[in-house]
Design a protein around this ligand. Structure first.
Ligand SMILES: [Zn+2]
Length: 439
């Protein structure tokens, strides 16, 4: 079994056991707010959630399996635990210490949309189905690989720092350098070295840092995060970062405003490794359901975002990986006349510049930028999906469908196996921004 998955095997077993043993039939998409006895403001942020008062008598039954959730309560911002349900139909619940409780759907996702955020609209089931077909066909795999390499590098940095391995490496290399330079090991040097070793051994063991958390903000149907999880697992297994990523726990989470998207994502993301929630993933209407400085790596693919909220939830030295369309992405579909007929929205020019400006203005440091450009050959079905998966003015109208077919007939050429395809430009900009350790 892969290393991150192996580390989380215990969580998976308890989750599976919890799913098998569960009860409760309240609607999963409605937050059950049980007796918030104190003002949310009076509660210290991030306090322990070991004992959650329940008003439904569930506390009388033997304690169900509980695991900590990476999500914060969207009402009081407190830490939450995931409790297995005692029913065979439910997926349990997430609850904070104040008793705010959110049912987990059977597929594993949880709806954390509250207040003004619940008015946020997301992608429809048809758009998501088109997107999944198109992405699974592999047209955007190269962009995903570039984003995943940046994610893996950031995770490697965190795991090295969190395990203190980097510090020990530096100490050891210092000692080796002294020996290598053939410096005389005097009794005094030996005493100093021994004292250093003793004080290192006497240091109280620091509390284990939480595992790195990777969150996809606006995950859609989950393809990008699913590939990021696979890539992190493969990097560990292949020993690309030996001793660092191997056998280390990494936690993943996905947020999307669309309940249909969260359902689809929850079905393809491994439940032992990733948590999925319906929430305003921009944090514009309501704060993101994540604690301050809790996220190591944020992923934002073709999604609206709010850099100031990402700044709040990112750990110091955490990174945001942003994937946006390049100026000439799908240029053939955006030519004058074609764009209007197909109902395809135009890409705002110089998107990469606007993204960089938005991040740098709140304090992020631009760390990497890669352009992924090329072309891909699309069948008529692929074309229907690529137009249907995005926001479009004339979704599904007869006129736009006919225009798309005419576009295909006019440009398609037979490929190697005789199937006719249209070649279109693809272009992505993958940017990486870091929250510095100190401002
Ligand atoms: Zn709460």
């Amino acid at each position: 079994m892969s290393s991150p998955a192996m580390c989380l095997a215990r969580a998976r077993r308890s989750l599976v056991a919890a799913k098998r043993a569960s009860s409760g039939s309240a609607p999963w998409n409605q937050p059950r707010v049980a007796a918030a006895r104190r003002s949310p403001a009076a509660r210290p942020h991030g306090a322990s959630c070991a004992a959650v008062p329940r008003s439904d008598g569930a506390g009388l039954t033997p304690p169900a399996a509980e695991t900590s959730s990476c999500f914060a309560c969207p009402i009081c911002a407190g830490a939450m635990i995931r409790r297995a349900s005692s029913s065979s139909t439910g997926g349990g619940a997430l609850a904070c210490a104040l008793g705010h409780s959110f049912d987990v759907a059977k597929d594993g996702h949880v709806n954390l949309m509250v207040g003004r955020g619940s008015r946020a609209t997301g992608d429809t089931a048809e758009m998501l189905a088109a997107r999944r077909r198109f992405l699974n066909a592999g047209h955007y795999t190269d962009a995903s690989n570039v984003a995943n390499a940046l994610i893996a590098r950031a995770l490697d940095d965190f795991l090295t720092r969190d395990t203190g391995q980097g510090e020990d490496d530096r100490e050891d290399s210092k000692t080796m350098a002294i020996q290598g330079d053939d410096v005389a090991i005097t009794p005094r040097r030996r005493r100093i070295a021994a004292n250093k070793r003793r004080s290192r051994a006497a240091r109280p063991a620091p509390a284990a840092p939480p595992p790195p958390l990777v969150v996809d903000f606006g995950c859609g149907e989950g393809w990008w995060l699913s590939r990021a999880i696979d890539a992190a697992t493969e990097a560990a297994d292949a020993g690309i970062a030996p001793g660092k990523m191997k056998n280390k726990k990494i936690v993943f989470a996905a947020l999307d405003a669309s309940p249909a998207a969260a359902r689809l994502a929850a079905r393809i993301l491994p439940p032992d490794v990733a948590e999925v929630a319906v929430a305003d993933a921009t944090g514009a209407a309501t704060p993101l359901p994540l604690a301050d400085a809790s996220v190591s790596v944020a992923l934002s693919v073709f999604a609206p975002r709010r850099p100031s909220e990402l700044w709040r939830v990112l750990r110091p030295s955490g990174v945001v990986v942003v994937v946006s369309p390049g100026d000439d992405h799908l240029a053939e579909l955006r030519e004058r006349g074609t764009r209007e007929a197909l109902g395809v929205l135009d890409v705002a020019g110089n998107k990469r510049g606007a993204v960089a400006e938005a991040f740098v203005s709140v304090g992020f440091v631009a760390e990497a930028e890669e352009r992924v450009a090329g072309s891909t050959a699309l069948s008529l079905a692929n074309l229907r999906d690529v137009v249907g998966m995005g926001p479009s003015a004339f979704h599904g109208t007869e006129e736009s469908a006919a225009a798309l077919e005419a576009f295909f007939e006019a440009r398609a050429i037979a490929g190697e196996y005789g199937e006719r395809r249209v070649r279109v430009t693809k272009s992505f900009v993958v940017q990486c921004f870091r929250k510095p350790l100190e401002r």
